[in-house]
Write a protein that binds this ligand. Structure first.
Ligand code: SAM
Ligand code: NAG
Ligand code: NAG
Length: 422
């Protein structure tokens, strides 16, 4: 079967904008970017390795003089290693339990992040402490806790809906060691990108080129053409495609995104209904202290309920060949363990004459078998039977889950103009 697939006008290689801020006083440190989404791994790893402190720390009223001192040293280590293991609800998928647990444990996990900040702050010399106080720095610990409380309500709601949807009931998933701050951190970042007005700028950079490539292939309206969006994240692109008239299937593996998406699609009765403050625990790259307390509201647009969400691995969930007129991958192919598997699967799923549209960086992880250049990705597509028009490649500048009001926006002029690599 000859599949004539047009990568013409369709393969966009994204140039990742990820640049350190250079101040005149001193160079920024090389840890830049580590607290961007998916890169907050060291923070997450730390969060996981620090024993959870007593819940009292999060519930006690803030002490004005020394808001966190009491909780810096855990009074009660949470549990002996191994305790509680084997008690997990057995029929819940591991990833689902992990995410529900993380959403439920958010207040404690966030508190730990603050406590680490507080520990570093309080290790200063008395003279440094006095100056820090003149800056008003200690007040941030308390204010951040207010934001954490607001976030906890939102996060708890996501978990509660998940328990209902997957019929888990009130049973305990209470393995604290399994809870991960990064789950909520990523969910907040991705929700902002996809469903807040603050995310519009990022979406505007990447959605229109995809829509126009599809439009050129199918004509103005979707006309019911079947489109698959694997790795759909929070689902905004899928929803926007449905709004135009495409018959859209979204597919996502990560319950962090899936659970938040359920809240948006099934438990939202007004626009901007849900509020969270994603930066109360992220104090980097900020121009103004108030940036720490920026509130994000979602959704800024109604998710299109005709989108069908398939939960699970893109490589396993679609047994039928030739099911789709188009596959759209946005910030997706570089996350694969094997790019050959991903591209072969896309090829298999397309109808004859179908189109694959890709937009995203080549920020290959270390777990990936091949770390290809853009040229090699196109060669691979050729080898797998795609019809590639090599002249169609475009470069598009974009940020990914940028923090609003961040100092980084002043650094556009210093963009590293090549596909991201680490
Ligand atoms: C970098 S994110 C991009 C999300 C979304 N496309 C966007 O632009 O915001 C990549 C997404 O792909 C998902 N993903 C990774 N491997 C997958 C697989 N094998 N099947 C389905 N989804 C997958 C991840 O969970 C993650 O949500
Ligand atoms: C949702 O998608 C359907 C199918 O593509 C479309 O007919 C409908 O207009 C969309 N809804 C909105 C609110 O745009
Ligand atoms: C999308 O396509 C499937 C079959 O491929 C069909 O069952 C479904 O009704 C279509 N949805 C819309 C909104 O047209």
């Amino acid at each position: 079967m000859h599949i004539s697939t047009y990568l013409s006008r369709s393969l966009y290689i994204l140039l990742c904008v990820a640049v350190p801020l250079y101040l005149g006083i001193r160079g920024s440190d090389s840890s830049f970017g580590t607290d961007f989404l998916f890169s907050s791994l060291s923070e997450r790893a730390k969060a996981l390795h620090v024993a959870l402190t007593s819940p009292l720390a999060a519930h006690s009223a803030p002490n004005h003089e020394a808001p966190f001192q009491a909780s810096v040293e855990p009074e009660n280590p949470v549990r002996a290693p191994g305790e509680g293991r084997g008690k997990r609800y057995p029929s819940v998928l591991a990833g689902l339990a992990h995410c529900i647990n993380s959403f439920e444990q958010y207040p404690f996990l966030a508190e730990q992040v603050l406590q680490r900040k507080y520990a570093r702050y309080s290790k200063q010399t008395p003279a440094q402490m006095a100056i820090s106080k003149k800056l008003g720095y200690p007040a941030h610990f308390e204010k951040a806790r207010g934001g954490i409380e607001a976030n906890a309500q939102f996060s708890e709601k996501i978990a509660q809906i998940a328990r209902e949807k997957y019929d888990i009931g009130p049973l305990s998933l209470n393995d604290n060691e399994d809870a991960e701050f990064g789950v909520i951190d990523s969910a907040f970042s991705l929700l902002s990108r996809d469903w807040s007005t603050q995310g519009a700028k990022e979406r505007q950079a990447v959605f229109p080129p995809i829509l126009s490539a599809l439009g050129q292939h199918f004509g103005g309206t979707g006309g019911g053409s079947k489109v698959l969006v694997p790795g759909s994240g929070m689902g905004r692109l899928a929803s926007d495609l449905a709004d135009i008239g495409y018959n859209v299937t979204a597919n996502e593996l990560d319950y962090g995104s899936i659970l938040a998406y359920h809240l948006l699609t099934s438990h939202t009765s007004s626009l901007h209904q849900h509020t969270f403050q994603p930066f109360v625990t992220k104090w980097t790259h900020q121009a103004d202290p108030s940036s720490r307390y920026s509130a994000i509201t979602v959704p800024d647009h109604w998710p299109n309920k005709t989108v069908k969400l398939v939960e699970g691995d893109f490589l396993e969930m679609f047994p039928s060949d030739g099911e789709f007129d188009a596959v759209v991958t946005l910030f997706f192919i570089d996350i694969s363990k094997s790019v050959i598997d991903f591209l072969s699967n896309i090829h298999r799923l397309l109808k004859p004459g179908g189109i694959w549209i890709n937009l995203g960086p080549l920020k290959w992880g270390t777990h990936t078998a091949l770390q290809l250049s853009a040229e090699e990705v196109l060669q691979l597509a050729d080898l797998l039977g795609f019809d590639v028009d090599h002249t169609s490649r475009k470069s598009i500048d974009s940020l990914y889950v940028e923090q609003p009001e961040t100092l980084l926006k002043f650094t556009y002029g210093e963009c590293l103009l090549f596909p991201c690599e680490e």
